[in-house]
Design a protein around this ligand. Structure first.
Ligand code: C5P
Length: 330
């Protein structure tokens, strides 16, 4: 499946519309591969990563405001969740504000989020909300920005924000936000083990730096010399050949060591998933969600049941991948 045509398309993503609301769906992601280099002067690390969009779908509804309230950005959830901020700390709020600033729109918007990606779980749920909001407001306000322009705005919001616009499978370089779509065949089945509490992404990157500095001191090496490795050939080949066993052998995440050092109990969650039939289980992104690749949906149910019986696991979700990027659904 290639999404290249989507990225290079010069067509506006939305006609100038008069709809009173626009509903957009955007997927969460799992990193099949993540190699982390040293951090630059901006504090960001050079990455090579392979994103795969999973069928855990965030939905953002953008509603036109009545004239007396126009100009504000408001945010609410369709199901209450105290762990999700509803002000400018929320990436969806920031996405609407950035698009308004960029286009000069003063229309305002009421945003309603329906969340299905685990919060603070290393699966880019907040980034999916930001991507969906850009697309929804672009249509609601008739801004007429093209997809590549929305992707540039998304990069300003966070390194994981452009990918949900693209979906499918893609290699990310730079901060992880310079994307090249990857041709893949077939569908892959995942079980995600959720943790009782989230992990902070900056804290995981900082822990990786600390661990590398300790290792470098012990071996008289220079920690800043670390470079992100290129995507392994075998990973691309496995995805082209729909070879799940080969894909399992290629899964890799440099952030795993750091996430496990902050949450040692995740080692047991990984072992549990693999004992129950997963081909491999790894930390998803910066964690703490554990992503278990399973050979088929039946095995997925068995792995889910085994994980849910463990007090270390707050719950599980199953999803196939890859799926398409953000799209207007209503
Ligand atoms: O871009 P985003 O806001 O999602 O990144 C969150 C944090 O993750 C950054 O502030 C940084 O600490 C870390 N990060 C990094 N290198 C990257 C991406 C993220 O150090 N390439």
């Amino acid at each position: 499946m290639s999404h290249l045509s989507l990225v290079s398309s010069g067509e506006p993503t939305a006609p100038r519309g008069t709809a009173t609301s626009v509903r957009v769906e955007a997927p969460g992601k799992v990193n099949l591969f993540l190699s982390c280099g040293a951090s630059g002067p901006d504090g960001y690390h050079e990455l090579t990563t392979v994103f795969q969009a999973v069928r855990l779908i965030e939905t953002v509804t953008a509603r036109r405001q009545s004239a007396d309230r126009s100009g504000q950005i408001t945010l609410s959830l369709d199901e209450p969740d105290e762990s999700v901020p509803l002000d400018e700390r929320n990436l969806a709020y920031r996405a609407a504000a950035l698009l308004a600033e960029h286009t000069g729109s003063r229309a305002g918007v009421d945003l309603v989020l329906r969340k299905r990606v685990p919060v603070a779980g290393g699966m880019a749920g907040g980034s999916a909300d930001a991507a969906a909001t850009l697309l929804a407001c672009n249509q609601l306000w008739g801004s007429g920005l093209k997809l590549d322009e929305l992707m540039q705005l998304a990069r300003q919001l966070g390194a994981d924000c452009p990918f949900p616009l693209l979906g499918g499978t893609a290699v990310g370089s730079g901060r992880g936000d310079e994307l090249s779509p990857l041709m893949t065949r077939g569908s892959y089945h995942w079980v995600f083990a959720l943790a009782h509490a989230g992990l902070s992404t900056p804290a995981v990157f900082a822990r990786l730096d600390e661990m590398r500095a300790e290792q470098a001191t012990a071996s008289f090496a220079h920690p800043l010399a670390t470079q992100a490795a290129p995507m392994p050939e075998e990973l691309g080949a496995a995805l082209r050949m729909r070879d799940t066993v080969a894909l399992a052998a290629c899964l890799h995440n440099d952030l795993e060591e750091a996430a496990l050092s902050l949450r040692p109990e995740l080692v047991d969650v990984i072992a549990l998933a693999e004992e129950a039939g997963a081909l491999r289980a790894i930390v998803s992104g910066s964690g703490p969600t554990i992503a278990a690749l399973v050979p088929d949906p039946m095995t997925g149910m068995r792995v889910s049941r085994a994980l849910e019986a463990s007090p270390l696991v707050a719950g599980t979700v199953r999803a196939d991948a890859p799926v398409a990027g953000s799209r207007v659904v209503g």
